[in-house]
Design a protein around this ligand. Structure first.
Ligand code: 5GP
Ligand code: ZN
Length: 141
């Protein structure tokens, strides 16, 4: 896509610190890291959402993420844990509409985290969980 930042990085029209590349997947340093070592794993094909990728490409994305995870753990980058984060859609926090997997090194009190609404702490009834479960389950292919 012509005005996609990640497509431009893939086509070498914009600079990036590349950490991995094969025929299907590329990975580079996030320009505005949550913590040092924050990396984005990106399919080379322009697709907005993760569900638009086929199974093989989805696997490839997560396999590259796993390799990066291991490398971070072996490195001297401050990392007590690692988040895999994927914002799938604007309401989920997606800002670049070319799907990508964030690999984010984490450590205690690093200031990053998820916010929860007040009712989060009131657990739903089992019936409610089962109803939602049924709805989604019957639509799985
Ligand atoms: P999203 O919110 O869509 O999940 O994340 C987009 C990510 O892309 C952000 O973490 C942001 O810092 C990163 N980003 C935006 N523009 C660029 C860029 O030009 N180069 C690189 N390397 N990362 C970018
Ligand atoms: Zn793109």
């Amino acid at each position: 896509m012509t005005d996609c930042i990640f497509c431009k990085i893939i086509n070498s029209e914009l600079p990036a610190s590349l950490i991995y590349e094969d025929d299907h997947v590329i990975a580079f340093m996030d320009i505005q890291p949550v913590n040092p070592g924050h990396i984005l794993v990106v399919p080379k094909i322009h697709k907005e959402l993760i569900a638009e990728l086929d199974e093989d490409l989805t696997s490839r994305l997560f396999n590259v993420g796993a390799k990066i995870n291991l490398a971070i753990r072996k490195s001297n980058i401050k990392s007590e844990g690692i988040n895999y984060f994927l914002a799938d859609g604007e309401a989920a926090g997606q800002e670049v509409f070319h799907t990508h997997l964030h690999i984010i090194p984490r450590f205690q009190n690093d200031g990053f985290g998820l916010k929860f609404h007040k009712t989060y702490y009131e657990l739903p009834k089992r019936e409610e969980l089962d109803e939602i479960c049924g709805n989604i389950k019957q639509l799985m292919e």
